[in-house]
Design a protein around this ligand. Structure first.
Ligand code: TYD
Ligand code: ZN
Length: 419
């Protein structure tokens, strides 16, 4: 544990970031892990390792990491470009339309996207006639967004950014935060800034991977330093209430392995009725599955161990038979997986990824090289471990000849299978 005056780029979070309780119970300990999304280029220094542990708060049922890595280390030159996925663009467009309906088709709606990336979501909102603005800490992505015609401010979200946005556009009808909420250390500060920028009848839309699915499908590999929180609905009710806001409605959808979209408004907003039935439905499911207690989380660690043992055993057998093994999808979760399973270059020769800026780099921690798809034909691995299991069917359909020539795939989550 680094002392507070240390130069280490991380610190320990001792209290629950939702309810502030100091009684937190550790249930998943990965040991020290590399930053899974930091690829290493030629001549760059080696990698940092930081403890990765998940804690449960019995008071409010929130799960969070014990370590908070300096966001500047994690996000200021982020490699992730959301526009790469067509599924995601469609998803954003339907969100823009659905929200417009909530405002009775009103024109001139103003939308802010927090962590706007390359402007992918806001482009879809522009198509539906919204005035838009993005805020994102990565300057390279803001430049890209501006080139795409999306006005963007390079900043971390907070009161300063909120003031700038309101100066430029006035108060917002819609604020979106898709795939950023789990990254936020100060949730209360984040929502205070949202409250300041949101019109009194405005709507905040947050999307996040749902902890219920992580538990149900053993998605332990989605645990990494960027994901500070793992959300259920119950603790969110507490959080919104403390900020003078309320949950109005919510829905589950299948992106990033099972996410939830919540609609939030100021408590004073009586324009749109609260969908009590839907909220109750989610709370009951969580309760029925024991998710407000420690037991299922302890079980997750056990299941992860079983997957690790089964995979290591299988790889040992395959290696003994002289089989060549590679992987596909140099995702962040894939790197958690590789490190947790203690795999290295002896197990996995290379990782194929179709993202050009990942190719030619090394996976942090194990230094397994990331290579283009051509390696599948040139090197002819006997087995390919699909690390980006959320895209398994897309990846498999890209190379039909690999399977017809006898190549096999391994998928390890939710359980080990070979196809
Ligand atoms: P992603 O699902 O974004 O996961 P994470 O958030 O854990 O990083 O990662 C998917 C990775 O898989 C990404 O690096 C792109 C890669 N990929 C391919 O190389 N080819 C494909 O056809 C698809 C769908 C993804
Ligand atoms: Zn709590």
């Amino acid at each position: 544990m680094p002392p507070s005056e240390s130069m280490e780029p991380w610190r320990v979070k001792k209290n629950c970031r939702v309810c502030d309780s100091s009684h937190l119970i550790k249930y998943f300990d990965f040991g020290k892990m590399p930053l899974v999304d930091s690829f290493i280029g030629a001549g760059e220094p080696g990698d940092l390792r930081i403890p990765l542990e998940v804690m449960f708060c019995p008071a409010c049922a929130h799960s969070q990491l014990s370590a908070v890595v300096d966001p500047k280390v994690l996000f200021s030159d982020y490699l992730y470009h959301s526009s790469v996925s067509r599924t995601f663009s469609r998803h954003c467009n339907s969100m823009a339309r659905d929200l417009k309906k909530l405002f009775s088709g009103r024109n001139n709606l103003k939308c802010l996207d927090i962590a706007s990336n390359d402007g992918c979501l806001l482009i879809e909102f522009q198509k539906e006639g919204y005035q838009v603005i993005g805020v994102d800490p990565a300057e390279n992505l803001c430049r890209l967004a501006e080139e795409n015609g999306v006005p963007s401010i390079a900043a971390f979200w907070g009161m300063d950014a909120a003031k700038k946005v309101v100066q430029r556009l006035g108060k917002l009808d819609v604020i979106t935060a898709t795939n950023v909420f789990a990254h936020v250390d100060d949730l209360h500060g984040f929502l205070e800034a949202v409250y300041a920028a949101l019109d009194d009848e405005g709507i905040l839309v947050i999307e996040f991977p749902y902890m219920r699915n992580l538990i149900k499908y053993n998605e332990f590999d989605t645990i990494y330093h960027e994901h500070l929180s793992y959300f259920l609905i119950k603790p969110l009710l507490t959080l919104f209430h403390q900020q003078g806001m309320k949950l109005m409605n919510l829905a589950e959808f299948d992106i990033h392995g099972g996410s939830v979209r919540v609609f939030v408004s100021k408590e004073s907003n009586k324009k749109i009725p609260v969908n009590e039935k839907a909220i109750q439905h989610f709370l009951e499911l969580e309760q029925k599955e024991g998710l407000h207690t420690l037991a299922p989380y302890v079980n997750l660690q056990k299941n992860a161990q079983k997957i690790r043992e089964a995979l290591r055993e299988r790889l040992r057998e395959l290696r003994a038979l002289g089989k060549k093994i590679a992987a596909y999808g140099a995702s962040a979760k894939g790197n958690t997986f590789i490190n947790y399973c203690r795999l290295d270059l002896n197990d996995i020769g290379f990782i194929i990824d179709d993202t050009p800026h990942k190719q030619g780099k090394l996976y942090a921690g194990t230094h397994i090289p990331v290579v283009p798809q051509a390696w599948l034909r040139q090197e002819k691995p006997d087995y390919v471990l699909i690390l980006a299991w959320n895209f398994a069917s897309e990846i498999i359909s890209k190379s039909p000849e690999y399977q017809t020539q006898g190549g096999k795939y391994i998928i390890a989550i939710p359980e080990l299978k070979i196809i």
